[in-house]
Design a protein around this ligand. Structure first.
Ligand SMILES: [Zn+2]
Length: 114
C-alpha cells in the first residue's frame, strides 16, 4: 500500500482548518443573535425586524449543520488516507478522479455514484 499522499493530506488539512474557522464564526453569530433576541422583547409576527432575525438564525443554524457534517466527512477522509483507502469510490470501488478530489477532498464516491 502506498504512503498517504501528501498532496491530499495537505488539501484535507487546509479545508479542515477553513471549515473550523467557519464553524467558530457561525457558532458565535448564532450565540450573538440568541443574546440579542433575549435582550429585546421580539414579536416575530408584528415586528419585521424580528422575523428577519429568525430567518438569519435559521439560515445560520442550517449552515452550521452543514459545516459540522463537512468536518465529520473531512475527518473520515483523513482516516481513509491513513488507512490507504483514500480516493477509492465507496460504491463502485473505482478510483475517484483527481479533479473531483481536488474540488472536494472529502468525497467518498465518484461522480457517477453520487
Ligand atoms: Zn463510483
Amino acid at each position: 500500500m502506498a504512503a498517504p499522499d501528501p498532496v491530499y493530506a495537505a488539501l484535507l488539512a487546509d479545508k479542515l482548518a477553513q471549515t473550523q474557522v467557519q464553524q467558530a464564526a457561525l457558532t458565535s453569530a448564532i450565540a450573538d443573535m440568541r443574546l440579542a433576541r433575549s435582550l429585546t422583547v421580539a414579536d416575530d409576527e408584528h415586528d419585521p425586524e424580528g422575523s428577519m432575525v429568525s430567518l438569519d438564525q435559521a439560515r445560520d443554524a442550517a449552515l452550521l449543520e452543514r459545516t459540522e457534517l463537512t468536518l465529520a466527512e473531512l475527518g473520515a477522509a483523513q482516516d481513509r488516507l491513513v488507512a490507504g483507502q483514500y480516493g477509492r469510490c465507496e460504491s463502485c470501488g473505482r478510483a475517484v478522479p483527481d479533479e473531483r478530489l481536488q474540488a472536494r477532498p472529502e468525497a467518498r464516491r465518484c461522480v457517477g455514484c453520487t
